[in-house]
Design a protein around this ligand. Structure first.
Ligand code: ACM
Length: 529
């Protein structure tokens, strides 16, 4: 499959879900509405199970955040306090004693790695989880149960009531990702951290950073310093580009970890490598460095598969990156290697995948990796379209049957850089126009027929940056589609229903307004105002 960057190729009530135990008593909803609380059926992603009922809890000046003495509980408590203090104007001290208030407790239970239970009654709100990540996700649910003004950075009038009831929740998929292309246009640490904050709101737990491509190399590598200093010195359109120092990358990793988001760094190889080839002549088969590239074509560059220097480069880069990255994965790209012969591609992947393992990490590659020999444990990221050939799909399905896990990123569903409509001011359309319903209305569990359910690791929404340069651009393409992808990753399949989802999504609009997130006001969604 080829991306055509310059050539448009447009391809073509309240839900009561029995299995999700979404049960609202007849009298609960009016009572909740009368007190101005947000009903539990407005939470995105839809929780696995909700039971609304009983008296609400009102956060007041005397509310305390009760943590259990573990560092995880305390860290999540501090995070919650930082959300709530500016808008409520309340002190909300952390404490390990007393009763009532907002309690964050680690405990035994069927929570898994990320699940939680949230109970609310007149005395307080209790979030219980087996792991700090579960507490953190429970806090995101709590935010959405409070009025949207809670997200503002200045004191608001309140009141701050949470409807009574119980949410019991855990994710469908362990891998729930977004990707930001920082190569085509460079984004600063602050911009990336802002994106992480936005992802965390919707229980996304992975940020894949596309750190290298033809147009720019964005991470400092001590053993090959020109990659960043020269290869990072421009971007699409010829701007100054940029790169992350190791300290800056680690700051991003820390910021993400504090939000239970794992960073997956990608070094795209053997194609998409012009920035590296321009920086080191020796990486080219002819020994001549090409000029830097600031256009948007793809498929014209390749590392020199027959040279040992190529593998010294890959080893050094992956070693240094692994040392900076506490997460489990290194993404080695592998897409659109149109200037690499198939035999060379297979040779390259056979040599580079073991390097990832040597440095203690697990391989992720774009799904073209399934045309080589994916190593045991590797994940393939599927980015095909409805129109992708049956042969290409069959290759991916066969790999999944042989044990390769899949991350699903169908381009005509979840590529966030696709325009919503012909009028969308930024973005591309080579995979089609992708309105909000289209991005939400599919099932990862049945998307590629023949793939065993257990092979689907999860979903990821990539945002390529050929056409975008600002945080506002990022927000506009991300919202409102990203929450739908987050819901596909988190919520039980039984909750999937467009008519119910569009109401949940509409309820997010005032939250984005409060957070300063500009979004596409899709006519498919009944926005409140
Ligand atoms: C891709 O969009 N080339 C993975």
């Amino acid at each position: 499959m080829t991306r055509h960057h310059r050539t448009p190729r447009i391809l073509g009530t309240l839900l009561l879900v029995a299995t999700a135990a979404l049960t609202l008593g007849a009298g609960d909803r009016p009572a909740a509405a009368a007190r101005g609380t947000t009903p539990f059926d407005r939470v995105v992603p839809a929780p696995a199970s909700v039971q609304q009922g009983g008296a609400p809890y009102e956060i007041s000046r005397s509310t305390r955040i009760r943590v259990d003495g573990t560092s995880g509980s305390r860290q999540v408590g501090e995070y919650l306090a930082q959300v709530l203090r500016p808008s409520t104007g309340y002190p909300l001290p952390l404490t390990t004693t007393g009763t009532g208030g907002i309690r964050l407790a680690l405990g035994d239970g069927p929570f898994g790695a990320e699940g939680y239970r949230l109970t609310s009654d007149s005395r307080g709100v209790t979030i219980t989880a087996g792991r700090p990540a579960g507490l953190f996700h429970g806090v995101q649910t709590l935010r959405q149960l409070l009025p949207p003004a809670v997200e503002r950075k200045t004191a608001q009038p309140g009141p701050w009531a949470v409807a009574g009831g119980t949410v019991t929740d855990s994710p469908r998929y362990a891998y729930r990702g977004a990707m930001l292309d920082v190569s085509r246009h460079f984004f600063t640490v602050a911009q990336v951290e802002r994106y992480i904050d936005e992802l965390a709101l919707y229980k996304i737990n992975t940020l894949h950073l596309h750190l290298s491509d033809d147009q720019g190399w964005r991470i400092a590598v001590d053993s090959w310093p020109r990659l960043a200093s020269y290869g990072g010195s421009t971007q699409v359109g010829g701007g100054p580009g940029g790169f992350y120092t190791k300290a800056q990358y680690q700051e991003i990793v820390r910021h993400a970890a504090a939000r239970y988001v794992e960073i997956v760094p990608e070094i795209d190889m053997p194609g998409h490598t012009n920035a590296a080839l321009a920086s080191y002549a020796g990486l080219n088969c002819n020994g001549v460095a090409p000029p830097l590239y600031t256009g948007t074509n793809v498929g014209f560059s390749s590392l020199c598969v027959s040279k040992q220097e190529t593998y010294d480069f890959a080893d050094d880069v992956l070693r240094e990156l692994a040392a900076l990255t506490p997460g489990r994965y290194l993404h080695i790209g592998g897409d659109e290697a149109h200037s690499t012969s198939h035999a060379d591609y297979v040779t390259f992947m056979d040599r580079v995948q073991p390097i990832v393992a040597r440095y203690g990490k697990t391989v992720i590659g774009w799904h073209q990796l399934t045309g080589a020999h994916p190593v045991k444990g590797a994940l393939a990221q599927y980015w095909g379209l409805d129109s992708t050939s049956a042969q290409e799909k069959a290759q991916v399905v066969q790999a999944a049957r042989n044990g390769t896990g899949l991350i699903l990123s169908p381009a005509d569903r979840v590529y966030l850089d696709m325009k919503y409509t012909e009028d969308t001011p930024v973005g591309q359309d080579w995979a089609g126009l992708v309105e909000v319903r289209r991005s939400y209305d599919w099932d990862p569990g049945t998307y590629l027929p023949g793939v065993p359910a257990s092979a689907v690791a999860g979903v990821e929404a990539p945002l390529w940056s050929e056409t975008i340069t600002t945080a506002a651009d990022i927000d506009y393409l991300t919202f409102p589609r990203l929450p739908g992808v987050a819901e596909l990753g988190w919520s039980p399949a039984a909750t999937h229903d467009w008519d119910a989802y569009r109401l949940r999504l509409a309820a997010q609009g005032p939250r984005w307004d409060a957070l300063g997130i500009g979004y596409y006001r899709s006519p498919q969604v009944p926005w409140a105002s």
